[in-house]
Design a protein around this ligand. Structure first.
Ligand code: 7TS
Length: 415
């Protein structure tokens, strides 16, 4: 990158940073360097103000009131469904189900689709790099139904072995559930190829998009995935709101996940008639403020655009990867050719938890641990890693601070 384009880029990032009030503060008397974006991203002022405005001006329950505030709240809630539909290019609004997050979206699939469709001897394929939320629900439903869980292995760069996947899949495979972008490694998986292969065997595909959604443009029709799950809070939106996309003909056939208000058309003690899509899957009062806040987050990201976000984050990833490798004893965990915004690593002689704790005293926030992906730790024979993960507002200067703090930690620990 030329000096001029890098200056322009830094100016743009400075401009973006001003949208995030939380970034402008000291932590432990040092400027905050927030590099834990894979856990959750910070929220722009537009999201914070949207939530605040909802509660100060139109707070009301939705879908059930004839009064003005209820109608306004309903309109904004449903407007977000349209924004999500456009954001991931779903065919229609009935395919967008609001959930608490990725975890609940996956549990919805396992409990509704899985319980209805899986029979003893059927097979479900996941991968070695899944987050626990795309492992445990499948284990639970396989145990309940007698289905068999199979796992696509990965290589030592943290890339899925597609040839092994081809050997695992067969006519008994009913579902392939894989992560789009790994939270522990940063790997971007070849999901289009995975989907094509699954469909050759009439198996469905669920993509866990928790880590993809803030970094890559998602087009569910182009991917041809059957289900796609993501969380608002990793996309600069609020916690407690997420999305399950599903092809309409599949959602149509699936039984409700939870019973209660809003998901019914008619109830008697003898029989209940369920509501139509998407309400069939949205029992009870939802996270209205969170949903509307997610709409504001989608507006924010869409205005900047993935081209600019990707160019910036890719340059940060390359800079960080090259720069941190200069530290003696540094070992990157996850060196896939296709990666997004995550540098997971260990440093010889220092436990990641000690790293994280000392970095915090320098104002640097990173994640340490197994990242809810214990099988990944088992593969790389480490108990935990340290993970720096980037968002659109991070800078190269922050990576320099991270590097200096790591070197200082090594001095403190006598490594
Ligand atoms: N799938 C992936 C790939 C994730 O990274 C996460 C959360 C989830 C599912 C679950 O999302 P939730 O919003 O329902 O909790 N990942 C992380 C992480 O890497 N650090 O903290 C949470």
């Amino acid at each position: 990158m030329s000096a001029i384009s890098s200056i322009i880029k830094d100016n743009v990032v400075d401009h973006w940073r001003k949208d995030f009030p939380i970034l402008d503060q000291k932590v432990n008397d040092k400027d905050l360097v927030y590099l834990d974006n894979a856990a959750t991203t910070q929220k722009p002022l537009s999201v914070i103000e949207t939530i605040s405005r909802y509660y100060s001006e139109i707070n009301s329950n939705i879908h059930r009131g004839v009064h003005t505030l209820s109608q306004l709240a309903t309109d904004e809630y449903e407007e977000t469904r349209k924004k999500v539909q456009q954001f991931i290019n779903a065919k229609n609004l009935n395919e967008i189900i609001f959930t608490r997050g990725t975890t609940e979206a996956i549990n919805l699939i396992t409990r509704s689709w899985g319980e209805a469709e899986l029979k003893p001897g059927d097979e479900v394929i996941i991968s070695e790099m899944e987050h626990h939320s795309n492992i445990v629900p499948w284990q639970m439903i396989c145990e309940k139904t007698g289905a068999i869980l199979k796992v696509i292995p990965m290589n030592d760069d943290g890339e899925l072995l597609v040839e092994e996947y081809k050997k695992l899949i067969n006519e008994k495979t009913k579902m392939v559930a894989v992560v789009h972008v790994s939270n522990a490694l940063g790997t971007i998986n070849p999901v289009k190829e995975i989907i094509q292969i699954a469909h050759d065997y009439d198996a469905l595909v669920l993509l866990d998009g928790a880590q993809a959604v803030a970094h890559l443009p998602i087009d569910v029709q182009e991917l041809d995935c059957d289900f796609y799950a993501f969380s608002g809070h990793k996309l600069y939106g609020p916690t407690g709101i997420g999305v399950l996309y599903g092809k309409e003909n599949l959602l149509e056939k699936m039984p409700p996940y939870q019973g209660g208000g809003d998901m019914i058309l008619m109830v008697t003690f003898e029989k209940t008639e369920y509501n139509e899509l998407p309400y069939k899957f949205e029992a009870g009062t939802p996270n209205i403020a969170g949903t509307i806040g997610l709409g504001a987050a989608i507006d924010y990201v869409s205005e900047i655009g993935f081209e600019a976000i990707d160019a910036h984050e890719e340059s940060l990833l390359q800079y960080a990867t090259a720069s941190l490798q200069e530290i003696p004893g540094f070992r990157a965990i996850g060196t896939a050719k296709e990666k997004a915004s995550v540098v997971s690593f260990v440093i010889d002689g220092i436990h990641p938890h000690d790293l994280g704790t000392i970095l915090d005293t320098e104002g640097v926030a990173i994640r340490t641990g197994h990242h809810c992906a214990m099988p990944v730790m088992t593969h790389f024979k480490v108990p935990a890693t340290a993970r720096a993960s980037f968002a659109l507002y991070n800078t190269r200067t922050e990576i320099d601070v991270l590097k200096a703090a790591l070197i200082k930690t090594m001095e403190i620990m006598g490594v």
